[in-house]
Ligand binder design. Structure first.
Ligand code: FES
Length: 106
């Protein structure tokens, strides 16, 4: 059973997000990329699990982001690897939107 998510942190304005693109936020020292898709906002760790690339700069297609260094594909919904060379997932973070603000459960 999951523990209740209580420490929601305001990390961005929804208006700062652009469809199909990522932005970086760094609440409490975490490096996290937010992505706005047609069906919602998703958050995953910003640094690729394969190297020191920023996934917020990656190309977004559907529910996947392509690492800008070696083109590994990660699913934005759960951080899983869809295509190598990365083999490890990146962490995904719960997101909620309230009153035009984006919150992450840290
Ligand atoms: Fe991301 Fe290599 S650094 S695939």
């Amino acid at each position: 059973m999951n523990a209740p998510l209580s420490n929601w942190m305001d990390v961005a304005a929804e208006a700062d997000l652009f469809d199909g693109a990522g932005i970086a936020v760094s609440p409490e020292g975490h490096d996290i990329a937010l992505f706005k898709l047609e069906d919602g906002v998703y958050a995953i760790d910003n640094v690729c699990s394969h190297g020191n690339a920023k996934l917020c700069d990656g190309f977004v297609e559907g529910h996947q982001v392509e690492c800008p260094f070696h083109q590994a594909l990660f699913d934005l919904r759960d951080g899983s690897v869809q295509c190598g060379p990365a083999t490890e997932p990146v962490k995904s973070w719960p997101v909620k939107i309230e009153n035009g603000r984006v919150y992450l459960a840290l």
